[in-house]
Ligand binder design. Structure first.
Ligand code: MOS
Length: 745
């Protein structure tokens, strides 16, 4: 009997036990002998210069080893490019402790290194800094007039600019039958994964370091450290064994990595730098963004004109961009379009990708404007989407490699009970509460990057696969093991997947929902290459029953190679290794996306979200009582971990629409709620019935696995669906996120 395919099975996380019992070690938990602890001092001003830096009182404490600042830091690489990383936007990457200049509030200006964390933290309070303050600007809304087009750079490849205008938007809009427009305001959001950012650097002597880092890219950090500190890449090993959530926060090397490595190299000792919760607000964030939409349709509901403009914040030193305004025309046909995306550089740190960057922002505006227009037309919001269903990507004219959005609408609506909806706003009630039903569409690009993977069969006939990729909590270890198992028809127990180490086969950063497509495809290719190698070696063995067989004539199952026509003619994988003098048989493959084939297609996952809210108008309290998200994302490798990804996105949708917001006091240029007490996220009491559907979607084009990735699509549609449900419940269209109690009173 053959082993059941592992792909498609709901398998619990292989590392789950370690994680819930606390035996899983994170970057800031590696205890090594003689470890020193670094605590970061952050700027309390927003812009200016350090005039005086005095660490005497800190250094006078027994156990304080050194206080690094710009005046005594080692000489480092001077070229901007050397600070660049795989996710660096165009501009000059931030260089910690570079000089006396202060570019943003919270900027790291010193590292206190001591014998204990507590001592370092206390000593940091004794560091005296005099500044010369300069005027600064942190307010996006007050400075929108200075918006300009973003600079183009390497990272632009993954973040295409807005599509070119088509037709004559203004004329078409002016003369259209029905119109809807909106101004959408999103505030800043900060990354707050459970695990704080931490790096433990072990000094191995002679310019060699081993680094435990919280990151989404071990190789990315290896290259960064090698470049910045002038070390040989082979002397820099970055290990990221477990990651307690990242969501984009670990796509770029964070400043604690720099500081930890710098101190370790200088002091020739192991140094750990851990950021605290407040310091999580001192680097990349989701940028505040203002959007304007104008959509118009004919009387039959067909869209005629779409205009979507976004103005977003960036720093003074980098042009961070997101894909905000490209989605509407990928989703809906219209003969007249106008999409614009602009940046306002302000005195803040560079924004950073945060789950569904740009998508969750832009689709809120698109899908709430679609909702508003459906009311203008008197057409059911779902029916309105179906009238405007795009069979191809209207923004490029290319077909989709697959698109089962229609099934998302159908199955989602059926599960939710959309047909029970009464069309009039304020017409549905439960007790003294208004009830609203809202829906929205989601889309997220299905990307794939190059990657390597190594696969080998060991002396026990077991498969060992490895890649430098991280597992940021998404289930990467589990799904990669599943993919690997199927390449040789093995049981999961006979496969180990090693990961999270820069010395393993190359993997790019883990983000953009492209890890399964990228690393999974590389593993599949490496597995296939290994299978062919094993087959060749098996044929050469003495008295091989596979004698004249071709590769197509055999199957791999139960640790054997077997002739399909003669199930008893088998060779065990471990016997092939024995015949190889006990030496493991291995294959390492570099796997590239099939660009020539892919360029003719648009590739995207789709979703539809349906939401019920209850609104207590007297108190302004909004509850998301039920929600369904139906997702079309190609082949689902592991329905259990995939469902968890979508559930996480749905919880985050509630957070985005109703809770999450970093408040800036523009008088100080400072974030005011830098803690989890005041940075609101949903708690258990906010979360009710959440339901996930994966619709059947076959895709032979998108990549070797036919799988599109499900990291971000869960956050694409639902924030807008919540806003739309609130409109249906109350008749109030609130376009500023998060929606507050007082907006409804
Ligand atoms: Mo992705 S922006 O790393 O969730």
């Amino acid at each position: 009997m053959s082993t059941q395919p592992a792909i498609g099975q709901s398998i619990s996380r292989l590392e789950g036990f370690e994680k819930v019992t606390g035996s899983a070690k994170y970057a800031g938990e590696y205890n090594v002998p003689d470890l020193l602890y670094g605590y970061v001092v952050n700027s309390t001003i927003t812009k200016g210069e350090i005039l005086n830096f005095n660490a005497d009182a800190a250094l006078a404490l027994p156990g304080v080893i050194k206080v690094f600042y710009y005046g005594n830091r080692p000489s480092l690489a001077w070229f901007n490019m050397q600070y660049a990383d795989m996710d660096a936007p165009p501009g000059t990457p931030f260089r910690p402790l570079q000089d006396a200049e202060i570019k943003y509030n919270g900027q790291p200006i010193a590292l206190v290194v001591a014998e204990s964390f507590e001592l370092a933290k206390y000593a940091a309070t004794l560091v005296k800094v005099d500044y010369k303050e300069e005027t600064f600007t942190t307010d996006l809304i007050a400075n929108q007039a200075s918006a300009r087009s973003p600079k183009v750079g390497l990272a632009t490849a993954l973040k295409p600019p807005p599509p070119k205008p088509v037709g004559d938007f203004e004329a078409a809009y002016d003369t259209a039958f029905a119109k809807a427009s909106g101004k959408f305001i999103h505030g800043t959001e900060h990354h707050n994964p459970l695990e704080l950012f931490a790096t433990t650097t072990i000094y191995e002597g002679k310019g060699k370091v081993t680094i435990y880092d919280k990151t989404q890219g071990t190789v990315n950090c290896q290259l960064y450290v090698g470049n910045v500190f002038g070390l040989h890449f082979k002397d820099v090993r970055v290990i990221s064994p477990y990651v307690g959530g990242a969501f984009g926060s670990g796509l770029r090397p964070q400043y604690q990595l720099f500081l930890s490595v710098m101190a370790a190299l200088e002091l020739k000792r192991a140094v750990r730098v851990t950021l605290d919760r407040t310091q999580m607000f001192s680097f990349g964030h989701r940028p505040p963004t203002t959007q304007f939409t104008r959509f118009a349709a004919a009387a039959d509901g067909s869209l005629r004109a779409i205009n979507h403009t976004a103005i977003a914040e960036t720093s003074r030193f980098e042009d961070y961009t997101e894909v905000v305004v490209n989605w509407a025309h990928m989703l809906y046909p219209a003969k007249n379009t106008l999409m614009e995306y602009k940046l306002v550089p302000l005195d803040v740190f560079s924004p950073l990708d945060m789950r569904a960057p740009g998508g969750s922002t832009g689709l809120h505006a698109v899908e709430s404007t679609m909702d508003a227009l459906s009311y203008q037309l008197g057409i059911d919001p779902l029916e309105f989407r179906l009238i405007n269903y795009a069979e191809k990507d209207e923004s490029t004219g290319r077909p989709y490699s697959s698109k089962e959005l229609r099934k998302c609408y159908e199955e989602g609506a059926a599960r939710f009970g959309w047909s029970e909806r009464l069309p009039q706003p304020r017409s549905m009630k439960r007790g003294n509460k208004l009830v609203g039903y809202g829906m929205a569409t989601g889309i997220w690009e299905a990307m794939q990057l190059p990657a390597r993977a190594k696969a080998l069969i060991n002396a026990e006939g077991k498969l060992e696969v490895s890649s430098a990729v991280t597992d940021i909590g998404t289930g990467t270890l589990t799904v990669m093991t599943q993919i690997a198992a199927d390449t040789l028809g093995l049981a999961m127990d006979d496969v180990t997947f090693s990961y999270g180490d820069s010395k393993m086969a190359f993997a790019p950063i883990q983000g953009g929902s492209f890890t399964v497509a990228t690393v999974g495809s590389a593993i599949k290719a490496a597995g296939l290459a290994l299978a062919k190698k094993l087959f060749r070696k098996a044929k050469q063995m003495q008295n091989s029953p596979l004698g004249k067989a071709k590769f197509e004539d055999v199957e791999f199952r139960d640790g054997l190679i077997a002739l399909k026509a003669q199930p008893k003619a088998v060779i065990a994988l471990k016997d092939i290794v024995s015949a190889n003098k006990g030496r493991a048989i291995q294959s390492t493959n570099f796997n590239l996306p099939k660009v020539m084939k892919l360029k003719n297609y648009s590739r995207a996952a789709h979703s539809a979200a349906f939401v019920e809210v209850e609104v207590d108008e007297e108190l302004g309290v909004i509850n998301v009582t039920r929600a369904v998200t139906a997702v079309a994302a190609g082949k689902i490798i592991n329905p259990k971990t995939a469902r968890s990804q979508i559930l996480g996105g749905m919880v985050w949708s509630i957070s985005k629409a109703l809770r999450e917001e970093t408040i800036t006091d523009h008088n100080f240029g400072k974030y005011m709620n830098q803690n989890l007490g005041e940075y609101h996220i949903p708690v258990h009491a906010d979360i009710h019935e959440l339901d996930v559907i994966f619709v059947e979607e076959k895709d032979d084009i998108v990549n070797e696995l036919g799988s599109k990735g499900i990291g971000e699509i869960g956050l694409a549609a639902m924030p807008a669906a919540i806003a739309n449900a609130i409109f249906h419940a109350t008749g109030k269209r609130i376009n500023r996120f998060p929606i507050h109690l007082d907006d409804l009173m």
